[in-house]
Design a protein around this ligand. Structure first.
Ligand SMILES: C[S@@+](CC[C@H](N)C(=O)[O-])C[C@H]1O[C@@H](n2cnc3c(N)ncnc32)[C@H](O)[C@@H]1O
Length: 263
């Protein structure tokens, strides 16, 4: 078996590959190897052009993009497409933004392959929250400050408020990474404040994380909705809530030091 056609990628098989949040340097070496060995690549709307440029021109690629509020390929059709391509004997890469296992409907694609007797595997990717923390120069968890990390999606059918367990989420010692939360920023802020999280809890709004057009806005839980409306554009955005974000870190560290110094 040559390096181009490795044993872990036989004809008629599928890999779900994590593309990371956009910066091609955050693509794993394994992901790049699989992209070069594929016959066909089906990619998400959020896979950046710089990553698509890494796919050799000889390999077929098709967008099966889904973006909030825009025309999209329905999930069952995506499952059908990758199954058909694999059954026709092709090596299929399903290239997904971030990590396939986080809000990527990976199980639906895994199930569709398995139900059709197709060998399918997953190549992990860097999820947006990890890249966001790296951009902020902070850590998602911090001793004495953030002992819990929650990844949550605020995505809902159009016009509906997210049905989240706000009491469970409103932990002042947690970092909350809200994916697909732009449209529901007001509901997120109301829900968490009503459940007791301080309105002054720091928040970072992060758009186009890891890309050259990345933008970061720091705000507070109280001002989250207005800030999101005023500051965020068209790009994908992550809402990072908690003391580890840029706005809160220095203040929280000072408070910890003060507590430690108090006899
Ligand atoms: C369908 S989810 C996929 C998440 C992905 N699997 C991951 O691990 O990052 C899409 C959401 O991820 C977030 N996202 C993805 N890429 C992003 C980026 N470069 N910058 C900010 N947020 C991003 C946004 O909240 C977006 O609405």
């Amino acid at each position: 078996m040559s390096a181009d056609f490795p044993e872990d990628f036989p004809k008629g098989s599928v890999w779900l590959v994590g593309a990371g949040p956009g910066d091609p340097e955050l693509l794993t070496r394994k992901a790049e190897r699989l992209l070069r060995a594929a016959d066909v690549v089906y990619y998400d709307a959020l896979v950046s052009p710089a990553i698509l440029d890494l796919i050799p021109a000889s390999i077929a690629r098709h967008s099966v993009g889904k973006r909030a509020g825009r025309h999209s390929v329905p999930q069952p059709m995506i499952c059908d497409t990758i199954v058909k391509a694999a059954l026709s004997g092709q090596r299929v890469v399903r290239l997904k933004g971030g990590d396939p296992s986080i809000f990527g409907r990976a199980n639906e694609e895994l199930d569709a392959c398995r139900e059709n007797g197709i060998a399918v595997r997953v190549c992990a990717g860097v999820t947006t929250a990890s890249a966001a923390a790296a951009s902020l120069g902070t850590s998602l968890t911090t001793r004495g400050l953030a002992r819990r990390l929650t990844f949550v999606t605020a995505h809902t059918a159009k016009g509906q408020a997210p049905a989240l367990d706000w009491a469970a989420l409103a932990d002042p010692e947690a970092t909350i990474a809200v994916y697909m939360g732009k449209a529901a920023a007001g509901a997120v802020s109301d829900g968490l404040m009503r459940a007791g999280l301080s309105p002054d809890t720091p928040v970072a709004l992060m758009e186009n994380v890891s890309l050259p057009q990345e933008r970061v806005f720091t705000t507070s839980l109280r001002l989250l909705a207005v800030s999101a409306k005023a500051a965020l554009g068209d790009g994908p955005a992550l809402i990072l809530i908690g003391a580890v974000t840029e706005a809160g870190l220095a203040e929280a560290r000072a408070a910890i030091a003060e507590r430690a110094a108090t006899p």
